[in-house]
Design a protein around this ligand. Sequence first.
Ligand SMILES: *Cc1c(COP(=O)(O)O)cnc(C)c1O
Length: 367
Amino acid sequence: MREQIMVTRSSLPPFEEYCAEIREFWDSRWLTNMGVKHRALEAALRDYLGCEHLALCANGHLALENLLEAFGLRRGEILTTPFTFASTTHAIVRCGCRPVFCDIDPLSFTLDPKELERKLTKDTVALLPVHVYGNLCDVEAIADFGKRHGLPVIYDAAHAFGVFRDGVSAACFGDAAMFSFHATKVFHSIEGGLAVCRDGETLQRLNDLKNFGIHGPEEVPFVGGNAKMNEFSAAMGLCNLRHLAGEIEKRRRAAERYRERLEGVPGLQLNPVQEGVRSNYAYFPVIFDGYRLDRDQVFARLAEEGIHARKYFYPLTNSFACYRGRPGFDPADTPVAAHIADRVLTLPLYADLSREEVDFICDTILR
Ligand SMILES: *Cc1c(COP(=O)(O)O)cnc(C)c1O
């Protein structure tokens, strides 16, 4: 029997490389609380992303919650999309705000800026768009809207680490951005995340918030939580960052093979390649719309062959059971997102996915 093909497979550095990395702090017994690896990874990320102000976190979700809090967002409405991971919507709600769902662009699946004007109210306090699958949002239109209405733009860039447009990293768009370094992401620190902002004052707030609001040994000005990244995670991040370019190149080859095989097939829709954007090839979504089989049938057929695709993002966050009955949580308000969510599958994609495996997956779909 063939080996199972999972939707993703975490990248890992050579074992010896990771051991050498943790060796450096092992004897010091400094295992967390902004140690030497934490500082080294922040420095390396400043360099890689081209951003001065950033704070490592225990995970992407807490980075996002802390960003919302650092921007003083405790009530009011935040314009966002339901075509995202649970984290985006939950972060808004957990901070005391109300998500107002904009529909998505039918090609990139990112927030459709035309929706912003329609959904704006006197209670709108911020924007939280998502660079879905690593596709960049229409950052100009969104920045323009934010500026005109005096609203901060905070990006969920969890999918967009390693994405650059004309040499500018995804971290540089908006007033702030969050990245996830979860084990399933293109770049990871096992669990981890990053909050990026534009000024030292917000950064100070983020650093305080991630450490119980402790600003100095005898000074606790904020009700913070704990979102510190530990040294073992930071060490993993440092190792993975060295190999990132190679990993993305391998992902590119697999993604391009999918594209060669599936582009132009009637009933299949792929995300168009974005002009001037260097992708990180985080995901390979395919929309089954008018294909011989519907999405769920393809999903089941693939599973029979040991191929594990993912209905990502399905269901939409505005149809989650935990939000049932709340005003504004209705997938019918975002018909494009609802249409895509019912038809999307992300196919297996990771650096070591071979050309033969991609062909086997495509053959199964096309058969
Ligand atoms: C992974 C992810 C998150 C959450 O990141 P964690 O590091 O898992 O907490 C948030 N938003 C999106 C879109 C994600 O894919």
